[in-house]
Design a binder for this molecule. Structure first.
Ligand code: NAD
Length: 367
């Protein structure tokens, strides 16, 4: 054991999801309380204390108990432990909050700035997995796959019941809110489908060569953008400027019969408004994997949101960015961020969300 490291003993707290029996069956499930991001031995061999829990809710949770003297906290968007201003006020020793994955909206970034707590995420670690999930969900909704599959599982055979609401992706206008790492990968994957047009809405413009490579057109006004799209995919972070960006009012601008896909963050779309718009027939389908509360309660409105034909729901639990390939990348990324922190090495700038009391990323709203 390195004696210098013991002298600088850190307390690292990780809040991860539970895998139970699946953790043994599949050791690549690294982002779980059982497999502990694969860094337990590495941390403990350096004399650090490593606490891993899934217990995250309320003042008596293991999360809030251990945050009081933790120097580093690792959280994940899949099972978010909310690092609110109040929780941060209890965390006197906290220096760095690492997101195992991408998306740090579960952390009060303004409060982290005031406290000079660094917030870092493993940028890019799961962007391919999410982009693939978006494509899968678009096709699921447009082709009306879920009702078609459910019918087969029920032992039935009724082609017309499904075909009455099944379309081609070719010839449709598809737009992304947010054209960053995921949004751009979605556009790249859509290109071979010969859509009528690809659009994006983002306050940061794509470089011209990147936009030309996929043939995407930028639309500056959200309502104008929504009114042109048959399919809208949300790929922006959740922040003050995107909370309930899709609501009763903005939904009015969407084309009747259009589809909405949200794999970014649940709270970007007002779930009750989406459910109403599906029931009225204005939105033909909604899909994605993110919820405004996670785990989503059994009576969450999006569990029972359907279009007028009883279909159009392509929701899953928060799985898109936690493919096994992604887990390997974000586990390695967390280790690298910790190693840089322990050894006072410069962090990869792309991983920094806030540092030294300032936003380091331009993705969390116009500042
Ligand atoms: P990124 O930083 O590369 O891109 C985000 C883009 O969104 C940026 O171009 C930014 O300018 C834009 N944006 C921000 N606010 C906007 C607004 N008000 N309107 C329009 N555009 C806006 O991030 P990324 O890697 O593409 O990830 C995007 C988000 O996807 C993450 O923040 C996270 O919330 C979510 N995500 C979800 C999963 C999952 O498992 N479901 C996994 C990874 C990321």
């Amino acid at each position: 054991m390195n004696p210098t490291a013991v002298a600088n003993k850190e307390k690292i707290l990780a809040v991860l999801y539970t895998a139970g029996k699946y953790a043994k069956e599949q050791p690549k499930l690294l982002g779980t309380i059982e497999n502990k991001l694969g860094i337990k031995d590495w941390l403990e061999s350096q004399g650090h204390e490593y606490i891993v829990t899934d217990d995250k809710e309320g003042p008596n949770s293991e999360f809030q108990k251990h945050i009081k003297d933790a120097t580093c906290v690792i959280t994940t968007p899949f099972h978010p432990a909310y690092l609110t201003r109040d929780v941060m006020n209890k965390a006197d020793k906290l220096k760095i909050a690492i997101t195992a994955g991408v998306g740090s909206d579960h952390i009060d970034l303004n409060a982290a700035n005031e406290r000079k707590i660094t917030v870092a995420e493993v940028t890019g670690s799961n962007v391919v997995a999410v982009a693939e999930h978006v494509l899968m969900t678009i096709l699921n909704l447009v082709r009306n796959f879920v009702p078609a599959h459910e019918q087969i599982m029920r032992g039935e055979w009724d082609v017309a019941q499904v075909a009455r609401n099944s379309y081609d992706l070719e010839g449709k206008v598809v737009g992304t809110i947010g054209a960053g790492r995921i949004g751009y990968r979605v556009l790249q994957r859509l290109k071979p489908f010969d859509c009528k047009e690809l659009l994006y809405f983002d306050y940061q413009a794509l470089p011209k060569d990147a936009a030309d490579a996929v043939g995407v057109r930028r639309v500056d006004d959200l309502k104008d953008f929504l009114s042109q799209c048959d399919i809208v995919t949300v790929n922006a972070p959740l922040h003050e400027g995107t909370h309930h960006l899709i609501n009763d009012d903005t939904i009015k601008s969407m084309k009747p019969g259009s589809w909405l896909i949200n794999t970014a963050r649940g709270a970007i779309c007002d779930a009750a408004a989406v459910k109403r718009a599906m029931a009225s027939g204005h939105i033909n389908g909604y899909g994605g994997d993110v919820w405004d509360t996670q785990p989503a309660p059994a009576d969450h409105p999006l569990r029972s949101a359907f279009n007028t034909m009883g279909g159009g729901n392509a929701m899953t639990a928060h799985i898109s960015g936690t493919s096994l390939d992604s887990q390997e990348r974000y586990a390695n990324g967390v280790k690298e961020i910790l190693d840089n922190y322990f050894n006072k090495k410069e962090q990869n700038p792309a991983n920094l969300i806030v540092t030294d009391g300032q936003y380091a990323s331009k993705a969390y709203g116009k500042r």
